[in-house]
Write a protein that binds this ligand. Sequence first.
Ligand SMILES: [Zn+2]
Length: 126
Amino acid sequence: MVTRHGKICSFCGEPGSKDLQLIGGLGAQVCVTCIDDFHAIVHDEEKRAEAKGTFPWETMSDAEVLATLPQIMASAEQNTAFAHEWVDLLRERNISWAEIGRTLGVSRQAAWERFARKGGDKSESA
Ligand SMILES: [Zn+2]
């Protein structure tokens, strides 16, 4: 089932909760705090000027850059898990492995090998 439960913000790494709503698409999630921060950067001339041409990692210490790596990996894994959830959704809608493979530009077999759940969807031929 496609759900936001257990997801993290793809921008700050905070887990979504009742108090920190996530909004997203294509696997990426963004929390309302990040939306507010990005909104301020886009709509506040002074903040936009501050942010223009700079990247957050330019002012981060080595320890901060290192500490960010697990968050990047968690976000990447979340996106991969979302692709699996999406394929599950397609399968629930009886979309064939052949059509999923065709959409991804791979064979039916390759799509099945990549996305079929172990012990779950074994209907390789459908
Ligand atoms: Zn966030």
